[in-house]
Design a protein. Sequence first.
Length: 504
Amino acid sequence: MAADGDLVSIQEARDAMRRSAQAQAAWKRADQAKVDRVCEAVVAVFEREADRLGRLAFDESGFGDPASKARKNRFAARSVWESVRTLRTCGVIAADEVNRVYEIAEPYGVVLGIVPVTNPTSTAIFKVVIALKTRNSIVLSPHPRAVQCIGEVARLAADAATRAGAPKDLVLCLAHPTFEGTDAAMKARETALILATGGPGLVKAAYSSGKPAIGVGPGNAPVYIEKSADVALAVEAIVQSQVFDNGTLCCSEQAVVVDAPIKDAVVAGFKALGAHFCSAEEKTKLARIVANGRSINPAIVGLYPWQIGERAGFKVARDCPVLLADEDGVGWDHPLSMEKLSPILAFYVVKDWKEGCERCIEILDFGGRGHTLTIHSRDEKIIWEFALEKPTHRILVNTPASHGAIGYSTGLKPSLTLGCGAFGGNITSDNITAEHLLLKKRLAFGKPGFIEEEARRRKERGTLLPASLPKRLAPPSFHGSGGGSGAGLGGIGRGWPTPPRKRV
C-alpha cells in the first residue's frame, strides 16, 4: 500500500532538516575566503542558467513572462551578491578598541526558505545567496505548483557549492511539499530561522511555529500622479512596472490615483502606450473574475492582459501592456481595489494632493499597509508630505514600483523579500538581505578599575546598613495558592484575585 502524501512529505521534511543541520555544522567553520569563493561559484551558475530557469518557472507555474523572470533571476543572483559581497560574515566583524567591545559573526543554523509560486526561481536564488553568505544552510520549501523549477535552483546551487569546497547537503529542496510537510519543517528541532515569502496563511503559520521567523505582508500598492509630475515619464514608468513579469511582484502598482487637472493627459499617455481602458460593461466582467471570495483569484495572477480579457469575456489587443478601469471606491464592494498581482489597475481621480493622500491611505489600509507607495511629482514639499504621513515603509519617487521597491531602480537594498514592519504585522520593515540572517556575539572587556571601585563601595556598605528593616510584604498569589486573594504585586494595588474554586 502506498504511503499517504502528507506522511511522505512530513518524513521528507524531517530528514531534510537533519541532513541540513549536519551540513551547517561543517559550514559554520568556513573562513571568509572560502565562504566568498563558494558564493561566487553559486552566483556564476545562477547567472549562466538565468534564462533556462526563467523559462522553467514560466512553464511550470503559468505566471508572468519568461524574459522578465530571467531578469529577476540575474538580479537575485548578481545584484544581491554585489550588495553583500564585502559584508564580513566570519570571525570578528567589528571592533571598538577604545571600549574593548568586539562583534563576532554567528550564523543562525538551518534556514527554512518558503518560496512562492509567483516568483519561484528568483526568490529561491535570493534566499540561497544570502543564506550561504552568512554560513547558514538552507532547505527550500516550494509552492506545489513550482516544485520542479525551485528544485532545479537547489540542485544547481548544491552542485556548484560542493565543487567549490562546501559540504554536501548545504542546499536542499523538499520534493513533496504539502502544508503538513512544511509545518513539520517549521517546527523541526533543527530549524533555526524561517524565511517566509508567500501567502498570508503560510506567513501566519511561520510566525506561530515557535521559531524565529521573518515574514512579509501583502502589497496593495497605490501610485499617485501629482499635477506637477512629468506625465509621460510617470505613465512610462507604470507601464514598465506592469509588464515586468506581468505585475507578479507584490510591490507592483495596483491602483493609479491621478490629480483631476492632468487626468486627460494621463489617460492619453496610457492609451498611446497601448493600454486598454475598460468600458463599464467590461469593468463589470473584469470584477467578476478578479476575486475568489475575499482573496485574489489565482487563475488571473500573472497573466497577460489579453488572456485576462479573454477569461473575462472581452477582447484585448495582444500587445496591450495593462488594463485600467475607473473606480470610485475601496473595499470588497470594489474588487478592482484589491491586490491583483496582474497587469490590472484601478483608476481613481482626485481633486488635489490632499484628497490623493486620503485615497492612497484607503488603498493601503485595504491590504497593503507597510508595503509600498509610489508618487510621481516634481513638488518636493508634497513628496515629503507623502513620506511623513503614509502607513508604509517604502515610498518611491518617480520610478517604476516593481523595480524600485526591490532595489533594482533605486538605492534600496536589493531583495526579493520585503518586510512590512508593524504596519503590516511583520518583525521588520527592511528589504531583507544577508544582515538579517547574521547573528552577532559580543566580546566585552571590563572597564579598568571597576572591580576595585566596587570593592571600596562594598566595604563602605557595612557602615551604611539601616538600623531597622521594613517588614517584608507577602508575595502576590497569581493562581490562588496558599489561600487568600494575593497580597498584591509588590504591595501595589489590590493584587491578583484568586479564581473561585469549583464546587465538587
